[in-house]
Design a protein around this ligand. Structure first.
Ligand SMILES: *Cc1c(COP(=O)(O)O)cnc(C)c1O
Length: 502
């Protein structure tokens, strides 16, 4: 077993990739990183002819070295064989002078499927015989459903998802509440997303509570801090490059840029990992929404979360603390974990930190950053549809606006990551495009009207959603979450044990 993963904060003994996947977060609350990442480069010539699944096996083998090739082949097959509506998994669509990489062809129509279809299989492989894992996830919308779909019916693993009551869209709520599977559970929490998130963290950190659970039960997380969710996202950067070479848009070895709609910094960090592995990337353009903490940070080197939290039309990017930035700082500071520990402590205590000039220069060499207001987003959706007949979701549109700004002084071939289906955020896309929309319209009517108007196909899972029965309906106050988790653990693993016995 190759014990390569250490904590960004330096106070965890090295562990194997499997332990890192199982554990999620390091014991010192840092994130798991491989200090040797990038020493071994990928051979592009060998990769270019591969299909998506083969590409994934090769890249994951480098990133998660102690899963055997057979294990990876099986996990990748299970994740991508039939759950996406195209065998390309992440197809490239060209409009005018940019290429849109559509990451939303999975079972829940958001890019989180790419990581969350694979993570459960990796987690199952990481569990020893007789071990069980209960995944706890707080969600503001997209992660919850993608995690439920990924973990549904995976043996020895159960999942409990918590979302803020009234704090997610109709479609997102219906997606979660209709999830099948004997090992899934969903509860709405009275409070906002931060309340749900804080209470989940408290459960993770409550040793006394954990003692009351069965001794072979691990609590685990499906957030993008888990390396098993991040690694699969590196693959589609290579897939995009491969498709551009295949289409004759670029020659092998040419530099490209990527623009990435960003919240928790997981998606764009995967692009940085691709670059470390040898993909010819010139710049990664980080696109935020009106919660523009990152834009200020890349400009000034000051990360300051002390500002009002804004609810925007791109809600999956409404975030003040981008957790995965910590991994980037670790690598760009030359693996200086003592320094990262110090910065993260400052963030926790004071709500802000400032990085050194040297580190800021390093970041600015690889990254550019900008943000889009709600108005910019709505305008971009409308313009791109009117000029190109192409329908974008609000997160992708936030990226589009930032990208157009950036392209004024850099003409390198550009790939824009499209992170959700436009039908998933129809309450924003429909009014931007349809001539007259009543604010009170039901989301499912809007999907139909938008489809009739644009002829863009509605993903199957969203088309079928309206008719599905509600299977979960729990509303809890945050204080009841612990008892709920304990009860769900018993219910889920009893059912699994019984079906295993017969
Ligand atoms: C989660 C999400 C993002 C942000 O991705 P990060 O990895 O958190 O930066 C962007 N768009 C959509 C639709 C998402 O669901």
């Amino acid at each position: 077993m190759k014990r390569r993963f250490v904590s960004t904060r330096g106070r965890q003994q090295p562990v194997s990739a499997k332990t890192a996947v199982k554990q999620g977060l390091a014991i010192d609350h840092g994130l798991f990183v491989d200090p040797n990442l990038g020493q071994e480069k990928i051979n592009l010539t060998e990769l270019l002819p591969l299909d998506y699944q083969q590409l994934a096996q090769n890249i994951l083998h480098l990133l998660l070295p102690d899963f055997t090739p057979t294990e990876l082949t099986q996990a990748v097959h299970n994740a991508y064989y039939q759950n996406f509506d195209t065998t390309k998994i992440t197809p490239l669509h060209t409009i005018n002078d940019c290429h849109v990489l559509e990451l939303w062809h999975g079972p829940t129509s958001a890019f989180k499927d790419i990581g969350l279809q694979l993570l459960p299989h990796l987690m199952q492989l990481a569990l020893e015989k007789n071990e069980h894992s209960l995944v706890l996830t707080a969600t503001s919308g997209d992660t919850g459903k993608a995690a439920l779909e990924g973990f549904k019916n995976i043996n020895n693993v159960g999942i409990a998802v918590f979302y803020p009551e009234g704090g997610v869209s109709d479609i997102q709520e219906k997606q979660m509440l209709t999830t099948a599977g004997e090992n899934t559970s969903v509860a709405a929490i009275i409070g906002n997303f931060d309340d749900a998130q804080r209470h989940v963290k408290e459960i993770f950190n409550n040793d006394i509570f954990k003692e009351t659970l069965a001794s072979d039960l691990h609590l685990s997380s499906a957030n993008s801090i888990n390396i098993g969710r991040l690694a699969p996202q590196v693959v589609y950067y290579f897939s995009a490059y491969q498709q551009l070479v295949e289409q004759g848009e670029i020659a092998q070895g040419d530099l490209v840029n990527f623009t990435v709609p960003t919240g928790n910094f997981g998606d764009v960090l995967a692009g940085y990992y691709a670059k470390l592995l040898g993909l010819p990337i010139k710049k990664l353009i980080v696109a935020a929404n009106a919660n523009n903490v990152l834009t200020d940070f890349f400009k000034t080197g000051i990360y300051d979360r002390q500002r009002p939290f804004l609810h925007t039309v791109a809600p999956s990017m409404d975030i003040q603390v981008s957790s995965n930035l910590e991994r980037l700082l670790y690598y760009e500071s030359g693996l200086d974990s003592a320094y990262i520990d110090q910065l993260m402590n400052q963030l926790e205590k004071n709500g802000h930190y400032q990085i050194s000039d040297k580190l800021l220069q390093n970041l600015q060499r690889d990254f550019a950053c900008g943000f889009s207001s709600d108005h910019d987003i709505q305008t971009a959706i409308k313009e791109v549809y009117e000029e190109q007949g192409y329908l974008m979701d609000p997160h992708t549109a936030a990226g589009y606006h930032v990208m157009r700004d950036y392209q004024q002084h850099d003409q390198t071939p550009m790939i824009l990551l499209a992170t959700a289906s436009p039908y998933k955020f129809v309450e924003t896309t429909a009014p931007a495009i349809l001539p007259d929309v009543d604010k009170a319209s039901n989301s499912f009517d809007l999907i139909q009207r938008l489809a009739d108007y644009t002829n863009a196909p509605v993903p199957d899972n969203l088309a079928r959603l309206h008719g599905l029965p509600i299977r979960h309906k729990n509303i809890l106050s945050p204080e009841k979450m612990q008892a709920y988790v304990k009860q769900q653990a018993e219910v889920i693993f009893n059912v699994q044990n019984q079906s295993a016995r017969y």
